[in-house]
Design a protein around this ligand. Structure first.
Ligand code: FES
Ligand code: FES
Length: 162
């Protein structure tokens, strides 16, 4: 089946079975290297990408669902100013994720602060509950995302004043 989509801002066509997971399409056919999936079953949370700017577990999305849609991975996201807000938030709070889960944790943060630059701790915790990391204290994640939201909010206010 032909699957048309936008991948990292560029139009792409893939000829794959319609029900392979988006994760497989990205890693095997598009050679995306920033994902480090562990389970392939929605358990580890290490396969997150943005689908139309919303974080999703790519191992649970069948390829046919991405037709005509936009997929963004860390490869592109890390060239944006939105990324910079998040990195600054994680750095400032000394909460930088390991390289294994980095992409997923950054994109999850983007999903939260795109909706709300002042998220409640519960909202952050609930969103990150799909990630199985036990090595970083969840209170660190809450601080990091809240700080990233502060940077994002500041930048938006500054852009509006220009
Ligand atoms: S690969 Fe583990 S949740 Fe997707
Ligand atoms: S798995 Fe990366 S910080 Fe825990």
């Amino acid at each position: 089946m032909k699957i048309d989509c936008q991948l990292n801002g560029k139009p792409k066509e893939f000829y794959v079975s319609s029900d392979i997971p988006l994760l497989q399409l990205l890693t095997e056919y598009a050679h995306i290297s920033t994902l480090h999936p562990d389970c392939g079953k929605g358990m580890c949370g290490n396969c997150i990408v943005l689908l139309d700017d919303l974080p999703v577990l790519s191992c649970l999305i069948p390829a046919f669902e991405i037709r005509g849609r936009q997929i963004t991975t860390l490869e592109r996201f890390q060239k944006t100013r939105d990324y910079t807000d998040i990195i600054k938030g994680f750095e400032r709070t000394d909460s930088m994720p390991c390289s294994y889960c980095f992409s997923s944790k950054i994109l999850l943060a983007h999903g939260i602060i795109s909706r709300n630059v002042s998220p409640e701790p519960d909202e952050i915790l609930q969103t990150y509950s799909i990630h199985a990391c036990t090595c970083l204290d969840v209170s660190q994640i809450v601080k990091a995302v809240a700080q990233a939201g502060t940077y994002r909010g500041r930048r938006r206010r500054y852009a509006r004043r220009k």
